[in-house]
Design a protein around this ligand. Structure first.
Ligand SMILES: [Fe+2]
Length: 360
């Protein structure tokens, strides 16, 4: 008889399926934050008229016509400095591969909990890859309404395929191929962003570790239906520590970004990949490119699944500091030099001191 695997970490999926009408207190956000939280479907309708995350067409970047290429660079630069987040169209990854990626991720989460638990991570022992749910990391014990699967997908020689889902049977093949193709997009975006800063096109890629050391970490987020979406968050407000983050989803809304003094709910734009500028690029560009505050709403109607890929420099080897070519007497460095690891520790420290008060 198979042994039943029981996790010490509560899975939100189990909670959501238990038929509760009221969510446990650990998932209820503080009162001040709740003023601006709502069901994702209602919120996306409300912000339909206001400013929206820009859509950037990447096709021009491959043009032999220099003027077309530069116009594309300008578009990327504008979106990265104004919003720090954009929907990318004509990114170069086949829509068929993206559909396959969505399918294999969904099929994994459709497996019975017991099967998924065989891939459970163990955050206390530093084994962060695998199936997991957020652990409370503050005194209030606040939790988020999501489960996830986390693993490194590129460079290939740094991946640990032994912890990747074996079911569905083509999960590994599809996800590996997606990692490879996304890596091409990463280079393209870093080139455009380098040119936007007046640098050589390979500069940012080189600063972040290049093909061998820039890591692509995938987190598949699974947000079950929530009976009280006006009280909870799928992901609390944060900026990404990465250099760049790429997001795909199953066309269920949830992403909100804090722009112009209020929360803007992202529309679902077909055939695009969302790209965020993360903290590393904000630092290297001395704040020209913005790492925007964002969070994830949940809803009462549909399960939301999103695929986030974080592009991160090696933890200790590279010191992140505003690039010499972008600072001047008029534009002195806004960030002290830190390794990526020191940057993460600094953020955690500030959070533990209660310095991250989310705007409402
Ligand atoms: Fe994020």
């Amino acid at each position: 008889m198979a042994t039943k695997v029981v996790s010490a970490v509560p899975r939100v999926e189990i909670l959501a399926r238990s038929g509760i009408n009221e969510i446990p207190t650990e998932y209820i956000r503080p009162e001040s934050e709740r003023l601006s939280v709502g069901d994702a479907f209602e919120e996306v309708r409300k912000t339909a008229e206001g400013p929206q995350i820009p859509v950037v067409d990447l096709q021009g970047f491959d043009s032999p016509d220099e003027a077309v290429r530069l116009a594309c660079v300008e578009e990327v630069k504008k979106a990265a400095s104004d919003w720090g987040v954009m929907h990318i169209v004509n990114h170069g990854i086949s829509l068929e591969l993206i559909e396959q990626l969505r399918r294999v991720g969904k099929e994994f989460f459709d497996l019975p909990i017991e099967q998924k638990e065989q891939y459970a991570n163990d955050q206390s022992s530093g084994k962060i890859q695998g199936y997991g749910s957020k652990l409370a990391n503050n005194a209030s014990g606040q939790l988020e309404w999501e489960d996830y699967f986390f693993h490194l997908i590129f460079p290939e020689e740094k991946t640990d395929l032994s912890i990747w889902p074996k079911q569905p049977s083509d999960y590994i093949e599809v996800t590996k191929e997606f990692g490879k193709q996304l890596r091409v997009v990463v280079t393209k975006m870093l080139q455009a962003l380098s040119l936007g800063l007046g640098l050589k096109e390979g500069k940012l890629e080189e600063e972040l570790g290049g093909m061998e050391d820039l890591l692509l970490q995938m987190k598949i987020n699974y947000y079950p239906i929530c009976p009280q979406p006006e009280l909870a968050l799928g992901v609390e407000a944060h900026t990404d520590v990465s250099a760049l983050s790429f997001i795909l989803h199953n066309m269920v809304p949830g992403l909100q970004v804090y722009y112009g003094g209020k929360w803007v709910t992202a529309k679902c734009v077909p055939d695009t990949i969302i790209m965020h500028v993360g903290d590393c690029l904000e630092i290297l560009s001395n704040g020209l490119y913005k790492s925007i505050l964002h969070r994830g709403l949940v809803n009462k109607e549909k399960v939301r699944i999103s695929w986030a890929v974080f592009c991160e420099p090696p933890k200790d080897r590279i010191v992140l500091t505003p690039l010499q070519d972008v600072v001047s007497d008029d534009n002195p460095p806004k960030f002290p030099p830190r390794t990526f690891d020191q940057h993460i520790q600094h953020k955690l420290f500030r959070k533990s001191q209660g310095e991250f008060n989310t705007p409402n």
